[in-house]
Design a binder for this molecule. Structure first.
Ligand SMILES: Cc1cc2nc3c(=O)[nH]c(=O)nc-3n(C[C@H](O)[C@H](O)[C@H](O)COP(=O)(O)O)c2cc1C
Length: 376
């Protein structure tokens, strides 16, 4: 059996395979509440046969949204809207499909247009809101100067993380993932490029980890052990003086200690001048290092697109599972096609079973067998 299609224990839950749909903001919510777009987005992945489906960055408080269209979990309305979407997706998903939600706070990168509207900070007349961060340093020139969170602010946001986690528990998610990457609030605290505080939550690496770890502990306390708890962390800021993979190892070790079940290692997003050497699997070495050093279940992500590439990452022991984002937007049937290419069995939803290669000659026309591929 290919590694990709073997089950994986993730703390209290077991994934049916090692393929995750990566969290992807849809910028299609209304005051944080999921819409029909989310319904179709999740429904198509519900029949994808991915072992884990991770919902997009979901703001723990209103001002923690990146844009007006971001999903949130800060109100009863948000919770009701998400309950509808999740129930519908669960009803059609294969048994054992794990639904995860990513809880986030955008920090100094909040109050923006959606990327497909230009992604710039909101202007007067576009209902902007004040943004918060560890220090009063804007993300880039032309971006708003954030307010440095004071003691009360830190308490408020920590409380918001824990309340949103309670809502996620009530909703019945199988896994909860804290977003500590991509230059959002938790990452901003970790990185010396965005955290210049001189109090107990700034300064040396340990101090910079202190508040994110307090958030983790609060969320851990709010989430029963039957639910997997993970985090997306950063492998590198890709900028001088910023975080590197050793920092990722230190943070992941602390997360393990705090009772987290997995990490996903991404990178970048904290400063606009980062130089990111994009290429196939460019973040995988970070995941490999974190996995080897901590033994924590580790997910690799970033320009992983083909089944063979994903399989090779797992076969080499560089990660325990993989997340794909754009490859799933391109082909929501990625898992079916990966099974075909790698010679694994995957059950199709019976309504769509007639497209399997075994019984549909058209499969050979659209996906001629490639040299080297294992025949289905
Ligand atoms: C449309 C879109 C939305 C995204 N939204 C999120 C998000 O909400 N949270 C997150 O951690 N990453 C987000 N990402 C990053 C992806 O999860 C993933 O890490 C990145 O796209 C690299 O993986 P890929 O090469 O498979 O696309 C998003 C990516 C895309 C394409």
């Amino acid at each position: 059996m290919p590694h990709l299609f073997s089950p994986l224990k993730l703390g209290p839950i077991e994934l049916t395979n090692r393929i995750a749909v990566s969290p992807m903001c849809q910028y299609s919510a209304s005051d944080g509440s999921a819409s029909d777009w989310h319904l179709q987005h999740l429904m198509q992945f519900a029949i994808s046969r991915a072992g884990m489906i991770a919902l997009e960055a979901t703001a723990v408080e209103r001002q923690g949204r990146i844009s007006h269209g971001c999903l949130g979990l800060y109100s009863d309305n948000n919770e009701r809207a998400l309950a509808r979407v999740l129930a519908a997706a669960r009803a059609i998903a294969a048994p054992g499909t794990a639904f995860a939600i990513q809880l986030a706070h955008a920090g100094r990168k909040a109050s923006c247009l959606a990327p497909f509207q230009g992604g710039r900070p909101l202007r007067h007349g576009e209902d902007p809101w004040p943004v918060v961060a560890p220090s009063a340093i804007p993300f880039a020139e032309g971006w708003p100067t954030p307010e440095a969170l004071d003691g009360d602010g830190l308490k408020r946001v920590l409380g918001a993380f824990s309340q949103a986690a309670e809502r996620a528990v009530r909703l019945g998610f199988d896994a909860i993932e804290l977003h500590a990457a991509h230059g959002y609030l938790l990452h901003e605290f970790l990185s010396p490029l965005s955290n210049r505080r001189t109090d107990a939550v700034g300064g040396n690496a340990w101090n910079r980890m202190r508040w994110p770890l307090e958030v983790v502990q609060a969320v851990r306390a709010a989430v029963p052990r039957t639910i997997a708890l993970g985090a997306r962390i950063t492998g590198s800021d890709w900028a001088e003086g910023g975080l590197g993979v050793e920092d990722a190892v230190a943070f992941a070790s602390a997360l393990k200690e705090a009772g987290l079940d997995y990490v996903c290692v991404s990178s970048g997003g904290n400063v606009s001048h980062a130089k990111i050497p994009l290429g196939p699997g460019y973040q995988v070495p970070f995941a490999a290092k974190v996995k080897a050093a901590t033994g924590l279940a580790t997910r690799a992500v970033g320009l992983i697109a083909t089944p063979e590439q994903a399989e090779a990452i797992l076969a080499a022991g560089q990660a325990d599972f993989v997340a794909l984002a754009r490859a799933f937007l391109d082909d929501p049937r990625w898992v079916w096609h990966a099974a075909e290419r790698l010679g694994a069995e995957v059950s199709y939803p019976p309504q769509y079973a007639r497209v399997s290669r075994a019984i549909w000659p058209g499969a050979e026309l659209v996906r001629p067998k490639q040299q080297g591929a294992v025949p289905a």
